[in-house]
Ligand binder design. Structure first.
Ligand SMILES: NC(=O)c1ccc[n+]([C@@H]2O[C@H](COP(=O)([O-])OP(=O)(O)OC[C@H]3O[C@@H](n4cnc5c(N)ncnc54)[C@H](O)[C@@H]3O)[C@@H](O)[C@H]2O)c1
Ligand SMILES: [Zn+2]
Length: 370
């Protein structure tokens, strides 16, 4: 098992990564002294797979638990669902010795974290991420949120978990599409900060896609270290240091928004296309060499992730881009690779450069009037 510490003064915590951790998480959580009554928030799909093992481990360590079930989709990240959970939690007698466990993917973690952040102005919570995406990304860093109809993650709070327990065995039951989506984020970490990680993924793609525990544990640890370092440098995301994590996300978010979060593109798929477009933009601006650009695209393709977007989406991507721009004081800001392992933040990329990269990546190559 690996232990990685996130150093944030009194809000510091550990991230545990390894096999069979669900069986021993009771002991780890009990040693924190955060309470003896756990409210476990999970959807029924994840609960049916892992609730029994978690409950047994908790009870062995003297922690009682009750489960609160949430819907299995992004729709769970709503103010209505948060209010319902807060009502349930507040009806628990002797709730002073209570804490929350998020058992699930990023949706569960964001919602359970938000509820923990606002209930009594903050109660302890534990992240037990069950998707690869949550293990490498969303469970770490303390960003919690729910969505509004206007946009995703619009209502939120910073609230760090007290521990993150990532059992690599849990991701075996994920769908291949969910695993591929997380691969996009893993490739992102390699491009922004770690050339060796990128090379490791290139060399071990089959084993990682097959969720083989050894290589999976290693890449989760590498990604977590990168994210932990950025979170330590800029906990509240005000100094721009966490911005590198947005590589592929500017266009990625626009693609998701253009598809109205219909599921046409998963987040990871949209980010994959966004990374390829950002790589093309970096090439056009003369920031990135040809061979690194080719390696980025090739790894994304080999991972089974898309590198093209439906032409019909292009106009809407443009509209979403303008909408984003409005909220960043009239400028756009792209995270662009300067080599594999290093990025630059570039402001005011001309629209014609963006449009030309998007056209190149449109499935038909059609101009769509852009
Ligand atoms: N807080 C952050 O810093 C941060 C960062 C990135 C993403 N996010 C958020 O994370 C969310 C996406 O997270 P996600 O990709 O984990 O999606 P998700 O939570 O919807 O999980 C994906 C699917 O996998 C299922 N699932 C979860 N664990 C499973 C398992 N072990 N076996 C089988 N099925 C399992 C879920 O029920 C769900 O259907 C988004 O809402 C996004 O905004 C937050
Ligand atoms: Zn992402």
């Amino acid at each position: 098992m690996r232990r990685i510490r996130v150093n944030l003064g009194e809000r510091s915590y550990e991230i545990l990564i390894g096999r069979n951790l669900l069986e021993r998480c009771g002991r780890e959580i009990a040693s924190l002294g955060i309470g003896t009554e756990a409210v476990v928030i999970a959807n029924r799909r994840v609960a049916s797979l892992y609730a029994g093992r978690l409950a047994r481990s908790l009870r062995r360590s003297g922690i009682s638990c009750r489960f609160e079930y949430i819907p299995d989709s992004e729709r769970a990240k709503s103010l209505g669902e948060a209010a319902r959970l807060l009502g349930r939690i507040s009806s628990i007698p002797s709730s002073t010795d209570m804490f929350v466990i998020a058992l699930g993917g990023g949706v569960t973690g964001d919602l359970a974290g938000f509820v923990s952040a606002v209930y009594r102005r903050g109660i302890p919570y534990v992240q037990i991420p069950t998707t690869l995406l949550a293990q490498v990304d969303s469970a770490i860093g303390g960003k919690t949120a729910v969505d509004l109809p206007q946009a995703k993650n619009l209502v939120g709070a910073f609230h760090q978990p007290r521990i993150v327990i990532s059992d690599v065995g849990l991701i075996r039951t994920l769908t291949p599409r969910d695993r591929r989506g997380a691969l996009a984020e893993i490739i992102k970490y390699g491009v922004i900060a770690d050339r060796r990680l990128f090379r490791f993924v290139e060399a071990n793609l089959g084993r990682i896609s097959g969720a083989e525990p050894g290589p999976t544990e290693k890449i989760i640890a590498d990604c977590v270290r990168i994210k932990a370092r950025l979170v330590e440098a800029d906990e509240r995301d005000v100094k721009g240091k966490r911005m590198a994590l947005n590589f592929g996300h500017t266009i990625g978010h626009a693609i998701e928004a253009a598809a109205s979060y219909s599921g046409l593109y998963s987040h990871g798929e949209a980010v994959a296309i966004g990374m390829v477009v950002a790589t093309d933009i970096a090439r056009s601006l003369g920031i990135l060499g040809l061979s690194d650009a080719a390696r980025i695209e090739s790894l994304i393709r080999r991972s089974g992730l898309p590198v093209t977007v439906r032409p019909a989406s292009l106009r809407r991507v443009y509209a979403a881009h303008l909408h984003d721009k409005k909220f960043s004081h009239g400028t756009n800001r792209f995270v662009l690779p300067s080599s594999i392992g290093a990025v630059r933040i570039v402001k005011d990329v001309p629209w014609r450069v963006i449009a030309s990269a998007l056209r190149k990546r449109s499935r038909s190559g059609a101009s769509q009037g852009l």
